[in-house]
Write a protein that binds this ligand. Structure first.
Ligand code: 5AD
Ligand code: SF4
Length: 450
């Protein structure tokens, strides 16, 4: 009988793509994916350690798996991803029921490492090279369609780079994902082409800081060097690609060439996730972000000049060490100035090995909670006001799900639109919709003929 594997992904879209890579790799070793953790021959946790909470979730699931393993002694447990990279040997020392710990750069070899393991003592594979070539790994075009509750294979992620060189003082990523390495442009273009030829309509390019694509490991094609804007133009030209998105960006590397891509590349979606983290220059300095609020706002203005309909979102950390009431008020002021369409906001948490974890002047949990609640309340109000601006307008909506229970899709600005009546359409179809209602987190629409 074929062996089954279950994979649970925590954290970011990079991890989602890495899970697809592991799934594909295991498929070629004869494993089949199951959606049930209970009773699977192999359980993989692809983990995230960006905040303490993310890591705690992994640890508690591992505790649960200890009991599962008593019930199913043949079950193998693998911890992959950022917690695996960060904790390495400590995981097997603390949790002997874990069979394999596999780091962020080692996922491509998962099948191989499982065979080596053979059910004996735990195995830890967490080598992290400073410079390496990201393996060419052609996508499995059928992969998404196999999943239950399918949203179709019309939208896929393509990783363009790994790692990060920025060393923001709060961030664990440079330690868990290593130095920045860009993929070869020809590999990226080939991957996108294969996906689009198989019916994919939307591609999201992924990297920890896509704006610095090609900077550290210049990726030559012939004699040409590419930066992110040039890569965007190459990918956008893939025949049949309807929508192109990317994430995530560090504002310090957002240049005019990239800003000019908006409004000039037809299929580049008018949305930008531009994490600011804080609205106070002194906090930004201690975060090692390398831009000021004024510079950030200048870039926001230029983006909006180029592309007035662009929807901006951001990430915010509240309660960074030493953040005063006045500093936090500046974050609230920035929110009023930019009026983001949406944001992700977090309480600062210490991460192992980061500079900020050694800073004094830590903020009390209760103060962090109060600041977070204030920020989120105001953001929710602004998101609703922003969403109301769409009511009465017509938008192209790419359908994500179309069933008796639910029909919904997404605008190019990345807003979810729900439809009340079942439509005769399928995932990936584009319909023209009039927006009829705005909620805080989504819109409602009705289909109109263009
Ligand atoms: N504490 C809280 N939030 C963090 N982030 C990254 N590191 C930390 C930390 N130590 C947030 C940032 C980042 C997002 C992915 O997670 O806002 O942009
Ligand atoms: Fe989490 Fe960051 Fe690792 Fe993604 S790269 S899984 S967000 S720690």
């Amino acid at each position: 009988m074929q062996k089954t594997f279950f994979i649970k992904t925590f954290g970011c879209q990079m991890n989602e793509r890495d899970s697809e890579i592991m799934a594909q790799s295991l498929g070629s070793e004869g494993y089949v994916e199951t959606m049930e953790m209970e009773g699977a021959d192999l359980v993989i946790l692809n983990t995230c350690s960006i905040r303490a909470k993310a890591e705690q979730k992994v640890m508690s699931l591992l505790g649960y798996l200890r009991k599962q393993k008593q019930k199913y002694p043949a079950m193998k447990i693998c911890v992959a991803g950022c917690v695996a990279q960060q904790e390495g040997d400590r995981i097997v020392a603390r949790m002997p029921h874990v069979d394999l710990v596999i780091g962020t750069q080692n996922i491509y070899g998962i099948g191989k490492y499982l065979n080596i393991k053979n059910g004996a003592a735990g195995k830890v594979v967490t080598s992290l090279a400073d410079s390496y070539v990201i393996p060419k790994f052609l996508p499995d075009v059928k992969q998404k369609e196999k999943k239950e509750d399918t949203e179709g294979g019309f939208s896929r992620f393509v990783t363009i780079m790994q790692g990060c060189n920025n060393y923001c003082s709060y961030c664990v990523v440079p330690y868990t994902r290593g130095r920045e390495v860009s993929r070869k442009i020809s590999d990226i273009a080939e991957e996108v082409k294969i996906l689009v030829q198989s019916g994919v309509k939307e591609i999201t390019l992924l990297g920890q800081n896509v704006n610095s694509y090609g900077k550290t490991n210049p990726v030559a094609s012939g004699d040409e060097k590419y930066n992110f804007s040039r890569l965007l133009r190459v990918v956008a030209e893939t025949s049949g690609l309807e929508r192109l998105r990317f994430t995530t960006s560090n504002p310090k590397d957002l240049d005019d060439e990239l800003i000019d891509c908006f409004g000039t590349i037809d299929n580049l979606c008018p949305q930008f996730h531009l994490p600011v983290q804080a609205g106070s220059d002194s906090v930004l300095k201690r975060m090692n972000r390398k831009y000021s609020v004024k510079e950030y706002l200048g870039k926001v203005d230029r983006l909006r000049e180029r592309c007035p309909e662009i929807a901006l979102t951001t990430d915010i950390i509240v309660g960074f060490p030493g953040e005063s009431d006045a500093d936090f008020q500046q974050t609230m002021d920035l929110l009023e100035t930019v009026r983001y369409h949406g944001s992700f906001s977090f309480k600062y948490s210490d991460r192992p090995g980061t500079r900020a974890s050694g800073f004094g002047d830590k903020i009390e949990e209760s103060v962090k909670s109060e600041r977070l609640a204030r920020f989120q309340k105001r953001q929710d109000e602004i998101s609703l006001e922003r969403n109301r601006e769409y009511v009465g307008t017509c938008k192209k909506v790419m359908i994500e799900k179309c069933s008796e229970k639910e029909t919904r899709g997404r605008t190019d600005t990345n807003h979810i639109v729900h439809f009340e009546n079942v439509l005769s359409c399928g995932p990936g179809d584009i319909v023209h919709a009039r927006i009829t209602f705005a909620g805080q987190h989504s819109l409602k629409g009705e289909v109109v003929t263009p």
